[in-house]
Design a binder for this molecule. Structure first.
Ligand code: CAO
Length: 424
């Protein structure tokens, strides 16, 4: 038994934002049927290829637990099959460029006519307004949603983050919208349109930076390093390097081995509640009572001095030793972990967050499993489908095609090349 057992998803998504969303729904038990252009498929299948002839990791890591049907949605027979899929499914998810679904002839009005219980969930770059027609990729969303202007170091260029907050972040937002709409349908009996714009999703994740924008009106942001450095604030929330985004000052500090290991660093938070323990650990016990150091407000103009001193100590320890010493004292620290270290982390493997998957074309690879754990709906990560692997299965088992009907659809070319012998 899985949480979303019985829910059928018509997955018309591609690249990253939409597939992230439908992969989550598949992990929670929904039957996700990915509709792909015959002979081509999701463009990511052949992007950043590392094993010639095999689906790329970009595709496989975003499309687990789904079925794939090849279908030309611009061909008349293809449109008939798509119409039957809309009749049968509960949710249709898409992240085409603005207007693409309408141009196929499947407007929201038409979809409601076909199936009034259908939930149409869409990701676009921007919401309604002057940019609504624009195509958008990850980094554009990070720039337009406020992440880039607030990431990086003061005086440096705006910077994008490695976390895919525009694509995967918006996919997460959309997944919540979908299950919420499914829940409302239980009482309303109707479907609805669920929209998530990547700019909005990024801005939502940058909420604390909009908080700081408004706090600027009340004076300098004292927890930002630039305050202690005597650098005046401008009109907008500045880039704050690795300063903590909350009320407890924090920094990334060098650890033993930093000269040769680019990830020999720790994040160190000078949480007020454990200040005394920090003073003892770094060998500055007099700071516990010394005027100018004893309380958090007094320290705000001395953060560079305080963190320089803490760093003198962290540089004598590895990032894991810092963790071992500070954790029992309740001092919040965290090692900077590389992708290599994460991939080899036994704990993450035990919880199913890092998983090995076997694939017929590419062999074994590592992926990120479901990051949300439901105690009554365990997740088993199943490899991504090959292009059109389930075309006949979906036509027959899900849509009820058979005999001459099935032969007509296959011969029309609308569903790509299928093994006709097997289909019979
Ligand atoms: N059968 C026939 N045609 C199909 C099809 C199918 N099964 N699947 C897709 N197509 C067609 C679409 O109808 C569209 O045709 P038209 O341009 O004639 O309407 C065409 O394929 C291309 O679709 P697209 O415009 O969505 O794709 P693109 O590669 O040009 O743009 C992207 C990609 C991501 C920029 C755009 O889809 C977009 O802005 N999406 C919304 C925002 C988003 O999700 N961005 C994140 C992407 S992840 O970084």
């Amino acid at each position: 038994m899985k949480a979303l057992d019985g829910v059928k998803i018509l997955d018309f998504t591609h690249v990253q934002s939409g597939p992230t969303c439908t992969q989550l729904l598949a992990w929670f038990g929904a039957d996700v049927i990915k509709v792909e252009r015959p002979g081509v498929g999701d463009a990511t299948r052949k992007q950043l290829v590392d094993v010639p002839g095999a689906d790329s990791l970009y595709f496989t890591m975003l499309n687990h637990n789904k079925r794939s049907i090849e279908l030309n949605s611009k061909n008349e027979t293809g449109k008939e099959v798509l119409t039957r899929l809309i009749e049968t499914c509960d949710v249709m998810v898409e992240n085409f460029a603005p207007g693409a679904l309408d141009r196929m002839g499947f407007t929201w009005e038409r979809i409601q006519e076909i199936n009034p219980r259908m939930i149409l969930a869409s990701i676009k770059g921007f919401g309604p307004g002057k940019y609504e027609d624009c195509k958008v990729y990850e980094n554009v969303a990070q720039c337009a949603g406020g992440a880039a202007s607030t990431t990086g170091f003061l005086g440096g260029v705006p910077t994008v983050t490695g976390a895919q907050i525009g694509d995967s972040g918006t996919g997460l937002h959309l997944a919540l919208g979908i299950v919420t709409a499914l829940y409302q349908r239980e009482t309303s009996g109707r479907g609805q349109k669920v929209s998530a714009a990547m700019q909005d999703g990024v801005l939502n994740l940058c909420r604390v930076k909009l908080r700081d924008q408004q706090r600027l009106a009340a004076g300098p942001l004292k927890e930002y390093s630039q305050f202690g450095e005597g650098i005046a604030f401008g009109e907008a929330t500045p880039r704050a390097g690795n300063d903590s985004g909350g009320g407890q000052p924090g920094r990334i500090l060098k650890c033993k081995g930093w000269e040769t290991d680019p990830d020999a660093y720790t994040y160190f938070i000078t949480q007020a509640a454990v200040w005394e323990a920090i003073c003892d650990v770094i060998g500055e016990p007099e700071w516990k009572t010394k005027p100018g150091y004893a309380t958090p407000p007094e320290r705000l103009d001395k953060l560079n001095e305080v963190f320089d001193r803490i760093e003198q100590w962290t540089m004598t320890k590895t990032k894991f030793e810092v963790m071992e010493i500070c954790n029992p004292l309740n001092i919040p620290v965290g090692p900077i972990l590389s992708m290599k270290e994460l991939m080899e982390d036994d704990g993450l493997r035990e919880t199913g967050t890092i998983v090995d998957v076997d694939h017929p074309e590419r062999g074994r690879y590592v992926t990120v499993g479901c990051p949300v754990k439901l105690s009554d709906s365990p997740v088993e990560v199943v490899r991504s489908p090959l292009l059109g692997e389930h075309t006949v299965e979906v036509l027959t088992d899900v849509l009820g095609y058979g005999g001459d009907d099935l032969a007509t659809v296959i011969d029309s070319g609308a569903v790509g090349e299928v093994d006709k012998v097997a289909a019979e």
